[in-house]
Design a protein around this ligand. Structure first.
Ligand SMILES: [Ca+2]
Length: 405
């Protein structure tokens, strides 16, 4: 009997241990939106003044907070609640439909539906009773980007906690303290949210995005001052791999010099490296894309740097490398390592430079890429040999040509 009891106790401990082993993910905090419209307008006026004085070079004359406003609110000043930094990024490739187990009834013309948690506005929120309720996002490829999304993944969740319409609505309504994230109907992790208006970024690993269902179940709340039974979340957004890109200002080699990547349009002629001959040849751009992504700065000795997404394949000495090893584009990349010597095209010839640093940049930034060329699959970005998005098709064609199959 004792032996049976011991066995049962052990089994109970084991099952408890398993329950306790549920994955817990803490957020990294991003930018804090300015909820006070008077304060925001004041910052915008100051940015206008600096911009008039220094033109496009104004960024270095702004405070860190003003730079934040400049990047994320400046263009959207017509609607101060717009979530400017996320809107047209990953969503160029994907759509997410939203539903919830419940939502509070409208108060006059103010609604609290699930769709409010995914409308890119901090002025609206999904509001429900709280613990036990959940909101589900079903992700699918945008029809026009079907090809790209064969490789697309979801890796990051961004949450604007509470009702961020104003500082008062944020305090008065309850906020989420913890979500249990279910991926494709299986519990995946507990997300611990902070009681802050700053955007909260959760790295959830890499999940195939096509037909992925993410359900966020409320398990704990921070109580609001006035409406403890109104639990609110203003926005839940996503990012992922499958949309390789460079930061604004990355210079692309063209026949008469260089051109910033954000100015490249379909029909432009660029200089494309041919790995077989080692020569540069003109190629016509067939498509470009603009998105918003988390970017990383690669810093080389001699002061060269480039801002790029973690998944972008870069060709060095016959091998593809990226910051995060992946096979998203039908070719296996190797992971870049600090200290590595890499051949970069500089001043008209190849130069061996050492990779000194890989620095993650905060928040989401405007990012750009060339999706396809009329010949080859490579372009030069700050001298680095970078793959276009349709690189898999290009590589397959090259292999077929070489092997004669
Ligand atoms: Ca919203």
């Amino acid at each position: 009997m004792n032996a049976i009891n011991t066995l049962l106790t052990t089994a109970a401990c084991l099952s408890q241990g398993l329950a306790m082993a549920e994955r817990v993910i803490e957020p990294t905090l991003g930018l804090t939106p300015i909820l006070d419209s008077v304060e925001l307008r004041r910052e915008l006026q100051e940015i206008d003044r600096v911009r008039q004085q220094y033109g496009d070079d104004c960024e270095k004359h702004l405070t860190a907070r003003q730079r934040h406003v400049y990047w994320h609110d400046y263009e959207e000043r017509e609607d101060l609640w717009e979530v400017g930094e996320i809107g047209d990024g990953w969503y160029n490739c994907a759509t997410a439909s939203v539903s919830a187990t419940s939502a509070h009834r409208p108060a006059g013309n103010i609604t609290y539906t699930a769709a409010n948690a995914h409308d890119f506005s901090l002025g609206t929120a999904w509001v429900c009773e709280g613990t036990g309720e959940s909101i589900t996002f079903r992700i699918n490829a945008d029809e026009e980007n079907e090809w790209e999304w064969e490789h697309g993944t979801v890796t990051t969740v961004f949450i604007y906690n509470g009702y961020q319409k104003s500082a008062r609505t944020w305090r008065d309504n309850s906020r989420i303290k913890q979500f249990r994230l279910h991926i494709n109907d299986k519990p995946y992790a507990l997300l611990n949210l902070r009681d802050t208006t700053a955007v909260q970024c959760f790295d959830i690993g890499q999940h195939r995005a096509q037909r992925c269902a993410l359900r966020f179940e409320i398990t704990e709340v921070y109580r609001g001052n006035r409406w403890p039974n109104d639990v609110a979340v203003s926005e839940i957004e996503f990012d992922g791999d499958g949309c390789l890109c460079f930061g604004a200002g990355t210079m692309i080699a063209v026949p008469d010099g260089e051109k910033a990547i954000e100015q490249i349009v379909a029909g432009d002629v660029i200089l494309a490296p041919d790995p077989a001959s080692g020569c540069l040849a003109p190629a016509t751009v067939l498509g470009t894309a603009r998105r918003n992504h988390r970017l990383y700065r690669l810093g080389f000795d001699s002061g060269l740097s480039v801002e790029v997404t973690a998944d972008h394949p870069l060709l060095f000495d016959g091998d593809y490398y990226s910051i995060a090893e992946n096979a998203l584009y039908g070719l296996q990349t190797r992971q870049l390592a600090v200290g590595q010597q890499l051949n970069v095209f500089r001043n008209g010839h190849m130069e061996a430079l050492t990779l000194r640093s890989i620095t993650p940049l905060d928040g989401l930034r405007a990012s750009y890429t060339i999706t396809a060329l009329d010949r080859g699959g490579l372009f030069l970005a700050n001298g680095l040999c970078a793959a276009v998005e349709a690189v898999e098709a290009v590589e397959t064609a090259a292999t077929t040509e070489t092997t004669g199959r």
